[in-house]
Design a protein. Sequence first.
Lengths: 402, 402
Amino acid sequence: MAVRLARRAAEQPASPIRRLAPFAAEARRSGRHVFQLNIGQPDIPAPREVLERLQTFDQPNVAYGPSEGLPEFIEAVREYYDSLGLTYRTEELFATTGGSEALLFTLAAIADHGDDVLVFEPFYTNYSGFAAMVGVRTRPITTYAEDGYHLPDVGTIERQIGPKTRAILLCSPNNPTGTVYGDEELEAVGDVCRRHQLYLVADEVYREFTYDGAKHRSAATLEGLDRQIVLTDSLSKRVSLCGARVGWIASKNAEFMDAVLRFGQARLCPPTLGQHVGAVFNRIGGDYMASVVTEYERRRNLVFEALDAMPGVLVRRPQGAFYMCAKLPVDDAQKFAEFLLRDFEVDNETVMLAPADGFYATPGAGVDEARIAYVLNTDELARAMNVIRAALEAYPGTTRSG
Amino acid sequence: MAVRLARRAAEQPASPIRRLAPFAAEARRSGRHVFQLNIGQPDIPAPREVLERLQTFDQPNVAYGPSEGLPEFIEAVREYYDSLGLTYRTEELFATTGGSEALLFTLAAIADHGDDVLVFEPFYTNYSGFAAMVGVRTRPITTYAEDGYHLPDVGTIERQIGPKTRAILLCSPNNPTGTVYGDEELEAVGDVCRRHQLYLVADEVYREFTYDGAKHRSAATLEGLDRQIVLTDSLSKRVSLCGARVGWIASKNAEFMDAVLRFGQARLCPPTLGQHVGAVFNRIGGDYMASVVTEYERRRNLVFEALDAMPGVLVRRPQGAFYMCAKLPVDDAQKFAEFLLRDFEVDNETVMLAPADGFYATPGAGVDEARIAYVLNTDELARAMNVIRAALEAYPGTTRSG
């Protein structure tokens, strides 16, 4: 007899974003450059105002802050929403250790062990991780590459609601697909939540990242759902502070916020340094965001056009975030990704992709899809696309005829 | 019908360390100074080397680091353990968002929903919070003020082991009691874990904080328990970086560490800034820790002697950490703590205590005890003790005869 791990540990998925890391390390050791399109780590510099804040930390030590966040950070979030036309009071905002903790606390507060939440797949893979940690099941509703990963009709959504369904999780602009849901889709999801008394957990961390003039509408604008809507949000992508681990929860449900506070008290406080640095995020110049979005739109165009031109690749032009999913003419995107890292290079360069199967909860779904994060400059992206194009020709497991 | 919260939310305890915060805020609004003895937020400055690292962050943005921690931080932890005679390899260390996350991940990995872990009460209250979040029960074994909160005999411990018991949680030097367990106690707990195939989760974040020449012995020195011992650790107290949220897990059980990695991947990475700043913690001059410990010993003496001299107060001289628990001659320490904040002052100053009932899992236990964190300078502590002494005389709910 020996100590054993919890079943929960076996059920905890490995991250498809990070599980190829050993292969990438090996590729680097063998002297190849790896374009990292697997993870949403932007190369974009943080705004000057934010980085300068690092130098202004003048405390004798790094102390605990309030569990709900530093007052100046919460005030910055409140003002930021205000500028978007979303009105939240201080006590309706709660700072978290990144969007990750916002999702973990939200799931923990609204769903018990054995309950489930609806998610549209492919979905941000770590939803599964947070859910598994607190014993909550994700119930997938599939969206399809052919439809640009837009939502299915209301009937299809409602058929998935079971007796233990507590919420719909919605991410727009979407990670991993880049899809921005339209008014009709948002209203439809709101109606379902209203009719079935479900929480609507809206992950809107890519709110500003929209292209082709598309406008993101926040779930918080839906009428009559104040008790049901929870926004999870983060500074990570907005101002390139991924590693600062600063996010938040916004909700007008006082009882829910009280539960979140108690979860938050257990971990004492979110990171003080990240909040200190991030507390000026709402005061950065408007051109910063505009130039960032212009740059991403350029990258999106390049990557979309390159992929679209590759024989056998199916991709729709996404309108937001900085990801897209593509159906590849391969037997297995995981194997193709390993092939890229182990057996392939163009001018000593190769690419790291995130196989999309890990973004699906339905077994076997997405096996020939990959997520591409266009977080490098256009020159590097062009070379990366060239690597993928050539690799698809060389890969032995191709499904392309002829 | 309306949306409802998870039962888990109702079961999540409010922190006894922080639940008096509204009363303290009110006291401050009314112009009184509040000595915060409720929370382990040291006033001690961080080492110069650590604070200076803030200025050396020269990246264009704050990027995600590896899920398992920045290599330079992990290396610092490895070297630190090495200097203590504890040998860990890089892959046996995992950086976390404070000791809090180290405990959360550890519980999640070793215990399923409905399982339980043994804890000696009074215990660090947030153990309950992390356990509740992942559906694990804490099974208390009471220790007593009269015994200086030392451990009961092996039979008493073994009687508490049930079919779903997975681990013993041990904190030494102890929060909240300040007790440092001796060799015999540690060996006895190790034997129990060996015989019953339990994990031994050792929270050793106060390792260096020992007085009267007492030496802390790490659980990691116990023989033949490599697969069962998990250390949870943190920089928070050691170098006054509480708000940086940097901690770690150390374990030689590869399967356990693999599960921890998967939990960790879901939340991407621990705070980059905190790790960057903390990565020099093992290179600070030896006098820093020595002078900090000397200062705490002086404070411990002052607080212990003051409490010991108050009629009706029961307290034993603790040998570590920077807390002590005291039995007070009051009907209810929560009410007494509220009385201090609402109705009492000496020269416009009052005290915030942590009522100890929240540090017990046994209902009704600890109702007349409080935890005192001696994290202020001796002058302030002397005034705070004077407030407590006078308040015990004025408090209407006294149980002191005569």
